[in-house]
Design a protein around this ligand. Structure first.
Ligand code: SAH
Length: 337
């Protein structure tokens, strides 16, 4: 059992970083179940409506077409049940684009679910093994939010790394060793005691790696998640269980741990690695610009509620943001002013 294993590790080596705790909990969580849907813990945009994947596919096909129809591969990070990929590939095929499919997925359970619907796909543990000789048409929906974060907490005297301690299988956040003030963004240094700054080194590394490949191979990436433009203060570490919020320090490995994505930092990482970031723009704004209203009208009355769920500011429309990254010299992506 994961809680026992984590407890033993903490007893032996002392409190662990929040990133270590989150990485171990999510690896176990995703490896052992399909978390999506009514009987699972949460639902995502492509599971709400086929329109999400279709518009994503058309967005990629349009860029590819205007880039001169180069040899390309479809790449998805954390494809869940494969629903987005199926909808996007169907829409892309209508636009004359039928690329090979490469999926970056670590969970064996979700790989099996994806294989049922995408039998010809090639799976990867990381972006390192993706093809190196074609343009990459990439998608990442609710992927970056699952990557492990660090938290820095302001104490009375200075900033500390947040660690996770354990007593009798009860996990709890504590303030760890002091961190040098120089690593705190200047605008946030004087925050009041209790303030929290989050960073996600894993997300930054991954975005840098992808951007380097886009710059070298051509292509584009669309990433959608709940997020903000950092640096900012705030504790967004949360757990989802059975469609509700739960204490993220309880039941490690049995509930989905996420944190909001810092899109400004990801955009800067993409830029520094030689690619061109666009946005972020709100999900509702992007889907509207890509024609979700016409698509919903064509599909009929039954999808009106789904359209509202994806687009309206009270639902997913504003909380979720989309960041595009393109290869230098590639055309400007639709929906990003
Ligand atoms: N994109 C899907 C699923 C989102 S859930 C959707 O929108 O419905 C997060 C997905 O990322 C799952 O497929 C999970 O197994 C995968 N994942 C989480 N951490 C990962 C990691 N470090 N490497 C690769 N895949 C990961």
């Amino acid at each position: 059992m994961l809680p026992e294993r984590l407890a033993r590790a903490i007893t032996l080596a002392g409190p662990m970083s929040l990133a270590q705790f989150m990485a171990a909990a999510n690896a176990h969580y995703y490896a052992t179940r399909d978390p999506l849907g009514a009987t699972g813990d949460f639902i995502t945009a492509p599971e709400i409506s086929q329109m999400f994947g279709e518009l994503t596919g058309l967005w990629l096909a349009d860029l590819w077409d205007r880039a001169g129809r180069p040899a390309a591969a479809y790449v998805e990070l954390g494809p869940g049940r494969g629903t987005l990929a199926v909808d996007a590939l169907r829409a892309m095929a209508k636009a004359g684009l039928t690329p090979p499919v490469h999926l970056v997925e670590t969970s064996p359970v979700l790989r099996a679910a994806q294989a049922e619907r995408l039998p010809d796909a090639v799976w990867h543990d990381s972006i390192e093994t993706l093809p190196g000789d074609v343009a990459l048409l990439g998608v990442a929906n609710e992927f970056f939010d699952a990557l492990p974060i660090r938290q820095l907490v302001r104490g009375s005297g200075g900033w500390h790394e947040r660690l996770v301690a354990c007593q009798d299988l009860l996990f709890l956040p504590i303030a760890g060793p002091a961190v040098p003030e120089a690593i705190i963004p200047e605008s946030l240094r004087d925050a009041p005691p209790g303030a929290v700054i989050e960073t996600c080194p894993a997300a930054v590394n991954l975005m840098r790696g992808l951007a380097r490949r886009l710059a070298a191979q051509g292509g584009a990436l669309l990433t959608v998640d709940y997020g903000y433009q950092g640096p900012a203060l705030g504790d967004t570490f949360q757990a989802m269980r059975a469609h509700g919020f739960a204490n993220p320090y309880e039941n490690p490995g049995a509930q989905d741990l996420t944190a909001h994505v810092d899109f400004a930092t990801l955009a800067a990482a993409a830029h520094s690695a030689g690619a061109v970031p666009h946005g972020p723009v709100a999900q509702g704004q992007l889907l509207t610009a890509l024609g979700i209203d016409a698509r919903a009208a064509a599909l009929g009355e039954r999808v009106t509620a789904d359209r509202d769920r994806l687009v309206s500011p009270e639902q997913m429309g504003t909380l979720f943001q989309a960041l595009a990254v393109t290869a230098p010299g590639w055309p400007h992506p639709a929906g990003f002013a």
